[in-house]
Design a binder for this molecule. Structure first.
Ligand code: PLP
Length: 455
């Protein structure tokens, strides 16, 4: 399989030593001198420098390879350096490496058409953005302009991106009407393991979470609410898979009160859950879908909003005041066309579903049976979390020192982990192999044993 070959000359398994390069020290020094990092106290950082990658592996400048069980930032669904996607970007760069959004462009049309092909009927337009945050910004803007209402209801446990001030700071006509600086209201979504509703079963959690959401809608005044914005499966805030009936219940509430439903599929979409969209599992159809990450595995930054036809029609004879210089950037578009084609023809979404059901579900349950620190295992596809506790009865989260020890033990065994608060998120690429999953499970097992000795 050419996608598994490693042209750095290493044998393609985690921990293999390949050729070293002096550039590692330079990469590290330049990073520390000049790069200001996301979400960090800068002085505390000591990042490893990644030199290359292929499939589920990345390697450093020493030629040591790591299993990428974070998929970088949970976006490399198709694996690193997929040859067809790389070739598509190169071919596009040779023809037209950039184009203004106002021009029609064949590759952009093909990318939009390919995305719409996986979306529900009646959602035939795509607005392209540079990433996930601005996809949500524009979905919110569409919802407010379409409904003429203001408030956006979203969950306390959610992550939707890190922009928001930009258009408020803008002074020219593009902020008019300025519908950005206004009402956001939060509510509690379902999370049975730490239920806000004292629920004892998934059914009770669903029923009570829906009643809570309805109370919030009524208290805010539904005539002032434009949309409910939800991650279909909450990602960074815990891999919270909605309990049965929750999302259809939210849809029913939205319909009852004339409120739009925006589903954020930035992390959950395009294969991560073993389906094209996470909402395919849950019998619900949104009005707006936001996406990024998996749509092209982040080879070129891109995101977007898939728009239901009645909402798009609002703007047939009325200006949509949003726009981005790089909306529908040709390199991003070419990578989307190639990614979605490769994901379908190579069975990559199906692989994520199979890995989840046949290997990760039983493998992680087995880990939980042998590790007292694992309080809960939850997920689907290649989208899982282990919630770590000091005591299963009290569900007290493990302390930061435990997570620090765990990270060191995982890295030492050549696994790049995704760790958040008291959780391990098990989020490999959708192309991960059976052998790689087996190796990762063994590494989690060993690292947990060492970290548990600190409790
Ligand atoms: N929405 C969700 C669910 C996400 O997980 C993320 C990023 O992790 C975003 C939005 C923001 O996307 P970006 O970082 O591309 O702006």
């Amino acid at each position: 399989d050419e996608n598994r070959l490693d042209d750095a000359g290493t044998a393609g398994t985690a921990g293999t030593k390949g050729p070293a390069s002096a550039d590692g020290a330079l990469a590290h020094a330049l990073d520390r001198a000049h790069v200001f990092h996301s979400w960090s106290a800068q002085a505390a950082l000591d990042p490893i420098a990644i030199a290359g990658g292929l499939g589920s592996l990345v390697w450093d400048f020493d030629g040591t390879s790591y299993l990428d069980f974070a998929s970088q930032l949970v976006n490399v669904n198709i694996g690193h350096r997929h040859p067809r996607v790389v070739a598509a970007i190169q071919a596009q760069a040779d023809v037209l490496p950039t184009v203004a959004p106002a021009n029609a462009n064949l590759t952009r049309g093909q990318a939009a058409s390919a995305i719409v092909g996986h979306a529900p009927a009646g959602m035939s337009k795509v607005f392209f953005t540079n990433g996930g945050a601005d996809a949500n910004e524009n979905a919110i803007r569409l919802a407010r302009l379409h409904t003429g209402r203001d408030k956006i209801l979203s969950a306390y446990r959610s992550y939707h991106g890190n922009t928001g001030a930009a258009v408020v700071a803008t002074g020219d006509w593009r902020r008019i009407p300025n519908e950005f600086a206004r009402g956001h209201v939060h509510f509690f979504g379902p999370y049975l393991y730490r239920s806000e509703f004292w629920a004892a079963s998934p059914e009770q959690e669903t029923e009570r979470a829906l009643r809570h959401l309805e109370h919030v809608l009524q208290a805010e005044g539904p005539q002032s609410v434009a949309a409910i914005l939800l991650e279909t499966v909450v990602g960074t805030a815990g891999v919270l898979v909605p309990p049965p009936g929750y999302l259809p219940g939210v849809r029913a509430l939205a319909d009852r009160y004339g409120v739009l439903l925006i589903l954020d599929e930035v992390m959950a979409g395009f294969g991560r859950t073993g389906a094209w969209f996470a909402f395919d599992h849950f019998d619900v159809t949104p009005d707006l879908i936001t996406f990024a990450k998996g749509v092209n595995s982040g080879y070129v930054p891109v995101g977007g909003v898939i728009i239901a036809d009645p909402i798009a029609a609002t703007f047939d004879h009325r200006v949509f005041p949003g726009g981005l210089t790089y909306s529908g950037h040709p390199l991003a578009m070419a990578s989307i066309v190639a990614t979605l084609d490769a994901m379908a023809t190579e069975g990559i979404v199906a692989n994520a579903a199979r890995i989840g059901a046949d290997l990760l579900a039983p493998g992680l349950a087995d880990l939980a049976a042998r590790h007292r620190s694992i309080g809960e295992v939850r997920g689907l596809g290649v989208f899982w979390a282990l919630e770590l506790v000091t005591d299963r009865a009290t569900r007290e989260p493990v302390p930061a020192a435990f997570m620090g020890a765990l990270k060191a033990e995982l890295m030492r065994r050549h696994l790049l982990p995704f760790l958040a608060e008291n959780r391990i998120h098990v989020v490999p690429p959708c192309v991960v192999t059976d052998d790689e999953v087996a190796r990762a499970l063994a590494i989690y097992d060993e690292a947990l044993t060492v970290a548990e000795a600190t409790l």
